[in-house]
Design a protein around this ligand. Structure first.
Ligand code: ACM
Length: 560
C-alpha cells in the first residue's frame, strides 16, 4: 500500500524512494502508477552478456543491505530483475546511458554499454530507499521498487573528483570507500593526486627512497597556513604497487577510471628531499631539505636537467604499468621560477634550448612528457599553467584558476576539464559562520555548487565540444582524517554530481529548492553509508574547531 502525503508525494511504508527523488536527477521519468514491484528471497537476478559485473556488484551490495540472495537464473521468471547490455540504447538515449523499466512483472535494466548498466544499477539501489545503502539488513524490512520507466544518460563523459592524498595520506580502505561514494553519485573519474611538497605516496621500485624517505614528514602545520600551531608527530604513508593495483581494479569494477598525478616540475620538495640531485643544487643545499611541514607553494622545484627527465621517465614507466587509463596527469601548476632565475645551470639550459625565459623551461618539461606519453599511447593532462610557453599538441588541460585557461585551451583545440577553484574546490568552506572548521578560502555553499556551469557561455558549440567534463577538487591540507574529508566533500559532491550528470537549465533557472527537497532523502542515504557530511543546520559540536582554527583570518589569500 502506498500513501499520498499533503504535498502530493507518494510514499511507501517499505521506504521505497519515489523515482522523482533520485540524485543525480535522471533525464526522463515516466511514472508507472501507484503499484510496486516487491522483491523477495525468490527474486532472481538474470544477467545477460556484458552484465555479469553489474550483477556481481548488485548481489554483493543489495545482498548486504537487504539480505536477499538474488539468485542467478538462466531465464527470467515473473518478478525477476533482468540486466542486459544493448548498444541500441546508446543511439536512443546516449553513451553510458540506460533504460530501467519497472512493472509488476519485473524490472528490466538495459545499459547502452556495461558502464551504462552500472549507472542504472545505482538508480535501482536509490529506488529501494535509503536502507538499501546500509551494510546490514534491518529485520522485517520489505523491499519494493516503484513502477516507472526511466531513461537516462550523462551530460558529460568526464565526471570526476580529485583527491589530494599527499598533504594528508588516506589509507587504501578510505580510498576504496571514496570510490564507492563516487560510484553512488554516478561519477566516473578519480583523479589521484599522489605527490606534492608534503609527501610522495606511490611505491616506485627503481627509486625506493621516494617512499622510504619522501612519504613521511616529521610534523604538520595544524590548520590554516597562518596558524602558529604544529602537530608534532610524524605523518605519512604510501600505497604499494599492489595497493594501487587493488584500487585501480576496484575502480574499474565500478566503471571509474583512475587518473594518477605526479606533479612536476613544481610541488616536488618531497622528491628532492629523497633524491637531492633532482633539485637546483647549484643554488640551494638540496641535501639539507626535508619533506615540507607547512602549506603553500615550495620554492624547491626540479632542476631542468636530462638526468631529472630520465628519473621521471622511470617513475612514469612504472606508473603506466599500474594505471591503464588513457590520461596521465603531470601537474605543472604553481612552479616558482626563482631558483631557475638564480641557477647558472638553468640559465645555460635556457640558452641551449633557445627559449626566451624560465617559462620556456616549464614548457620544456611538459612537452617532453607529452611526447613521451603520446609515444606510449597515452595522453598528457596538466593544470592550466601548462598553457604558458605553448602547449604540446594533444595535451589536455584541467582549468583550475578560473574558466580562462579552459577557454583558451578549448579555442586552441585542446580538451579541457573544468574545475575552477572559485566554484568546485571543496576545501573551501561551505558557510561563513564562526563554527565552520578551518577558514579556508571563499565561501562556496551547496547552492553555489548546484549553480556551477562547466561550459562557459563564451565558447561556441564547436569549442564547447572540447569540454570533456568537470571535476571537483579536494585538497587536503586541513583534512587530516576521513571525517574531515567527508565534511568538506558532502553534501556538495551530490550537487556537483547532478551538475556533471544531469541536463540542468542555466544556473539562475535551476530549481535549487527542488534539489534541497530531494536532498532530504539523500541525507538519509549518506547516513546509511556513514558519511560525516556537513548538516544543513551547520556543523555538529564534534565537527567544529575551537580557537584560532575556527576564526576566519582577515587578509589571508584565498586558499592554502
Ligand atoms: C592547484 O590548485 N594548484 C591545481
Amino acid at each position: 500500500m502506498s500513501t499520498t502525503s499533503a504535498d502530493g508525494t507518494t510514499t511507501d511504508p517499505a521506504g521505497t524512494t519515489p523515482a522523482a527523488d533520485l540524485i543525480p536527477a535522471p533525464r526522463r521519468v515516466i511514472p508507472g502508477g501507484d503499484g510496486f514491484l516487491a522483491l523477495g528471497p525468490a527474486t532472481a537476478l538474470v544477467a545477460g552478456e556484458g552484465a555479469e559485473g553489474t550483477a556481481r556488484w548488485l548481489r554483493a551490495e543489495l545482498g548486504a543491505a537487504t539480505g536477499l540472495p538474488l539468485p542467478p537464473a538462466d531465464s527470467a521468471g515473473a518478478g525477476a530483475v533482468r540486466l542486459r547490455v544493448d548498444p541500441a540504447v546508446a543511439s536512443e538515449i546516449g553513451a553510458e546511458g540506460y533504460r530501467l523499466d519497472i512493472t509488476e512483472d519485473g524490472a528490466e535494466l538495459t545499459g547502452a554499454d556495461p558502464a551504462g548498466l552500472f549507472r542504472g544499477a545505482q538508480t535501482l539501489r536509490q529506488l529501494l530507499g535509503p536502507d538499501a545503502f546500509r551494510r546490514a539488513p534491518l529485520p522485517g524490512r520489505e523491499w519494493r521498487l516503484p513502477l516507472a520507466r526511466i531513461e537516462d544518460a550523462p551530460r558529460f563523459a568526464w565526471r570526476g573528483m580529485m583527491l589530494d592524498v599527499a598533504r594528508h595520506f588516506m589509507p587504501k580502505e578510505g580510498v576504496l570507500r571514496y570510490l564507492d561514494l563516487l560510484a553512488a553519485h554516478k561519477l566516473n573519474v578519480f583523479h589521484f593526486h599522489l605527490t606534492d611538497d608534503q609527501g610522495w605516496r606511490v611505491e616506485i621500485k627503481r627509486h625506493p627512497r621516494l617512499t622510504e624517505v619522501a612519504s613521511w614528514r616529521s610534523r604538520t602545520k595544524w590548520g590554516h597556513r597562518a596558524s602558529p600551531l604544529w602537530d608534532d608527530k610524524p605523518h605519512g604513508g604510501f600505497y604499494t604497487q599492489d595497493d594501487i593495483r587493488e584500487i585501480v581494479a576496484y575502480a574499474a569494477e565500478r566503471h571509474i577510471t583512475v587518473v594518477p598525478e605526479i606533479d612536476i616540475p613544481g610541488h616536488s620538495q618531497a622528491a628532492i628531499s629523497a633524491y637531492p640531485e633532482l633539485g637546483n643544487a647549484d643554488v640551494v643545499d638540496t641535501t639539507a631539505l626535508s619533506v615540507w611541514d607547512s602549506w603553500g607553494v615550495s620554492e624547491n622545484v626540479l632542476a631542468p636537467t636530462d638526468e631529472v627527465l630520465r628519473f621521471y621517465e622511470g617513475v612514469f614507466e612504472e606508473l603506466l604499468e599500474l594505471f591503464p587509463g588513457r590520461f596521465i596527469h603531470v601537474g605543472g601548476d604553481e612552479c616558482p621560477k626563482e631558483q631557475w632565475r638564480r641557477s647558472p645551470l638553468a640559465q645555460s639550459r635556457i640558452k641551449e634550448l633557445g627559449v626566451s625565459d624560465e617559462n620556456g623551461l616549464q614548457s620544456w618539461f611538459i612537452r617532453h612528457f607529452d611526447t613521451w606519453l603520446t609515444a606510449r599511447g597515452r595522453r598528457l593532462i596538466g593544470w592550466d599553467e601548462i598553457l604558458e610557453g605553448g602547449l604540446a599538441e594533444g595535451a589536455a588541460v584541467s582549468s583550475w584558476r578560473g574558466y580562462e585557461g579552459g577557454i583558451d585551451a578549448a579555442r586552441a583545440g585542446h580538451d579541457v576539464v573544468m574545475c575552477p577553484e572559485q566554484q568546485v574546490y571543496l576545501d573551501h568552506r561551505q558557510h561563513g559562520g564562526p563554527d565552520e572548521p578551518v577558514p579556508i578560502g571563499f565561501v562556496r555553499t551547496l547552492e553555489n555548487v548546484y549553480r556551477f556551469e562547466p561550459v562557459p557561455p563564451e565558447l561556441t558549440v564547436d569549442e564547447a565540444r572540447h569540454v570533456l567534463g568537470t571535476q571537483a577538487n579536494v585538497w587536503a591540507e586541513v583534512m587530516e582524517s576521513p571525517a574531515r574529508v567527508d565534511y568538506q566533500v558532502f553534501p556538495r559532491l551530490a550537487a556537483f554530481a547532478e551538475v556533471a550528470w544531469s541536463e540542468l537549465p542555466p544556473p539562475d533557472d535551476r530549481d535549487f529548492a527542488g534539489f534541497e527537497r530531494r536532498m532530504t532523502t539523500h541525507y538519509a542515504r549518506l547516513d546509511a553509508i556513514g558519511v560525516a557530511y556537513r548538516p544543513p543546520t551547520g556543523p555538529k559540536p564534534w565537527q567544529r574547531r575551537p580557537g584560532i582554527l575556527g576564526r576566519p583570518i582577515d587578509g589571508e589569500p584565498p586558499r592554502k
